[in-house]
Write a protein that binds this ligand. Structure first.
Ligand code: NOJ
Length: 544
């Protein structure tokens, strides 16, 4: 490896106590990252082999999707043991070695914690099923009698986020709540032992050196005690963003703060109201949260500017840094979104699956979007494969689809397999260096041109752009955490200054625009000719 990556003791911006405020965090979906043991499924050995790749990319931290033992009813978000590693991924010793090796390269580790629900194979749920209605084992979950003359109807009208009712009936006639798949029973956070258990799990991993947690469904842990029907209401749901949830995170923050170095939380909250979102980021709660308004926003200058501004406005009063996210393991990859005619935003209710995609256009916009997000103030997330310019694979054969969303909606929603295809590393045919065997989801043949190897030294490749951009971002005092100010410009241009001496300009319009006065061009997402910025192109400028 030829790069020199700072170690965690260095004092540059991204490595000081407030490292997370401006960190570039790479998301690893373990199953699909790299397969070290050749069984077609990604694993920790594969990640360890590729740590030099991530160091060279120039990221500050890795966020791992759940790596715990799991029946994989929902890609690992159905956890059966929170204190171990999924055997298909490796062992606890592998995880400890990985953490140490990443730290030696200056890369921090964030892992996923799933507190809203566990797996139906978790010992608590197995015990609950064997226990009497009303027993303390059942009270760790939301068991309830049904409605109707014989209790044959679910206790209320709540719907699973994966489709179908949020209740499943067990043989003795009671029902249990699952806001996701039926294999993911919701935990009952009115029970002190649930709190104690998760606080102990946090310590278990903090003691093993993890630097932070990504909190799954962070807004969902507390339910309205009466479990009322939702009815027609869609704005405030009785299982989302209930006020009581904040006490949980205050207790978690005290645990994180009890460690001498900085341990952090990032919350997954899909909330419509930025002010309600920011309540999770008050100084004694979570450090940051994913900015899904930005992710969901169409490729449109006015709308993106408005989202950026509302993000800054909501974060400022609580003193939390914003985060910028383009893609993750739940959403349609942004090369595809941005290449569509019409709506280029993201919406769970309509994935626009199968809409015609101009991939060249989507790629050009994705390049510009990368420079936009990497220049905005705060932290940034890079979802594995976006640095290779991968797109959503929309033609996964139905019989190979794994996401429970597909089955629970009877195929109405294709689900999320298309953004979880195993990465192409090298070679000219599948498995493209991912591993030795056929990968657990098939890879498109066109990925031969998109492997990390093919892009490694190819001038102008997406991989080169990300490496250069992350390198500039790391070296540039203006970038990461800090202030920004808008540069008033044309309606279809997004332009802002980051002091000292840095300006980012993105042209989302149909015609080229003149560059503002500048000393030099630091980086651009596409060729710049005659001092003009072409459509769907971004540039980083050295300015006064
Ligand atoms: C959000 C996760 O990102 C998603 O992948 C998962 O299916 C749900 N939470 C349920 O855990």
């Amino acid at each position: 490896m030829t790069v020199s990556q700072p170690t965690l003791d260095d004092t540059s911006t991204q490595t000081t106590a407030a490292w997370w405020r401006g960190a570039a965090i790479y998301q690893v979906y373990v199953r699909s990252f790299a397969d070290g043991n050749g069984d077609g499924v990604g694993d920790l050995a594969g990640v360890r082999d590729r740590l030099p790749y991530l160091a060279e990319l120039g990221i500050d931290a890795i966020w791992f999707n759940p790596w715990y033992p799991s029946p994989m009813a929902d890609g690992g978000y159905d956890v059966s043991d929170y204190r171990d590693i999924e055997p298909a991924f490796g062992t606890l010793a592998d995880a400890e070695a990985l953490i140490a090796e990443a730290h030696a390269l200056g890369i921090r580790i964030i892992i996923d914690i799933v507190p809203n629900h566990c797996s139906d194979a978790h010992p608590w749920f197995v015990e609950a099923l064997r226990s009497e209605p009303g027993s303390s084992a059942r009270q760790r979950f939301w068991f309830s009698d049904g409605r109707g003359e014989h209790g044959e109807l679910p206790p209320n009208d709540w719907q699973s986020r994966f489709g179908g009712p949020a209740w499943t009936r067990v043989p003795d006639g009671q029902w249990y709540l699952h806001l996701y798949a039926s294999e993911q029973p919701d935990l009952n956070w009115t029970r002190p032992e649930v709190h104690a258990e998760f606080e102990d799990i946090l310590r278990f991993w903090f003691d093993r050196g993890v630097d932070g947690f990504r909190i799954d469904v962070a807004d969902g842990l507390v339910k309205h005690p009466d479990l009322p029907d939702v009815g027609e209401a869609t704005d405030r749901l009785p299982y989302s963003d209930m006020d009581g949830v904040h006490e949980i995170y205050r207790a978690w923050r005290r645990i994180a703060d009890s460690y001498p170095d900085k341990r952090v939380f990032v919350g997954e909250m899909w909330l419509p109201d930025p002010e309600r979102f920011a309540r999770y980021l008050r100084p004694d709660e979570l450090h940051s949260g994913f900015n899904f308004d930005f992710l969901s926003c169409p490729w449109d200058a006015a709308r993106l500017r408005a989202v950026i501004q509302s993000t800054m406005d909501a974060h400022a009063p609580v003193g939390a840094p914003a985060t910028w996210v383009l893609s993750n393991h739940d959403v349609t990859r942004h090369v595809t979104r941005y290449g569509r005619a019409g709506d280029t935003g993201f919406d769970f209710a309509d994935r626009r699956h199968g809409t015609v995609v101009d991939r060249e256009l989507g790629t050009r916009r994705a390049r510009a979007a990368a420079l936009l997000t990497l220049a905005l103030p705060g932290g940034v997330y890079v979802y594995q494969g976006e640095e290779l310019g991968l797109w959503e694979v929309e033609d996964v054969p139905d019989e190979l689809r794994q996401d429970p969303v597909w089955a629970r909606t009877n195929g109405a929603d294709p689900g999320r397999d298309g953004c979880r295809i195993p990465l192409p590393w090298s070679g000219t045919e599948s498995p493209f260096g991912f591993g030795a065997a056929a990968p657990w989801l098939p890879q498109p043949a066109e990925w031969a041109d998109y492997t990390a190897q093919a892009q490694d030294n190819r001038p102008g490749s997406m991989l080169q752009l990300y490496r250069e951009a992350l390198g500039v971002r790391r070296a540039e005092p203006a970038l990461g955490d800090g202030p920004m100010e808008w540069v008033a410009d044309l309606p279809e241009v997004i332009a802002f200054r980051r002091p000292p001496g840095f300006t980012c300009v993105v042209n989302l319009g149909a015609a080229p625009v003149s560059l503002p006065e500048h000393e030099s061009v630091l980086l651009s997402s596409g060729p710049i000719e005659g001092g003009e910025l072409p459509p769907d192109t971004a540039v980083w400028l050295r300015t006064r």
